[in-house]
Design a protein around this ligand. Structure first.
Ligand SMILES: [Zn+2]
Length: 161
């Protein structure tokens, strides 16, 4: 029966495809990346369809991803929070190149821009957002929590030590 043949051929094809994927993970990854670049909308739609169809698998993958990217996610939310705050205060969000925060911290040698101590740092706006300062790379310096909270909406001059 011709129909049976087609089914069989399709099955062989599918198995070959699976085998290829297992044996050449790098190539598959590369071609997926190219596909995503060429068709971003279609790729997004397909992945969201996959997510809906495979909630359990997605959860496992997501948890794995989250474990490996905890710091990046935290950074993302911190940044997001700052942007929303700036937006609420009606000031503009300016230039924020990728990895800018790390670059600023490196520039200050991992020290607070006001007291010069090496402590856990957070983003501080030199011209405070409430005073119309922008949330942008030129207006952000690292500050320790105690400087940040005692500075409040005053203008302090940062020093590089
Ligand atoms: Zn400080």
């Amino acid at each position: 029966m011709p129909n049976k043949d087609i089914v069989k051929r399709r099955e062989t094809c599918r198995l070959a495809e699976i085998r290829y994927r297992i044996n050449h993970p790098e190539k598959v990854k590369e071609s997926q990346r190219k596909y995503r670049e060429a068709h971003p909308d279609r790729a997004k739609e397909q992945s969201s369809r996959w997510r809906l169809a495979h909630p359990k698998e997605f959860k496992v993958l997501y948890e794995k991803w989250e474990k490996n990217h905890r710091e990046r996610r935290r950074e993302f939310w911190r940044e997001n929070w700052m942007k929303r705050r700036a937006f609420k205060l009606g000031t503009r969000v300016g230039r924020l190149p990728r990895g800018y925060w790390k670059a600023i911290v490196t520039l200050y040698g991992g020290h607070c821009a006001y007291c010069g101590l090496s402590k856990p740092l957070c983003r501080d706006h030199v011209i405070p957002l409430v005073r119309g300062g922008r949330h942008e790379v030129e207006n952000i310096v690292p500050a320790c929590v105690s400087c940040n909270s005692s500075k409040k909406d005053r203008l302090w001059l940062p020093v590089i030590v």
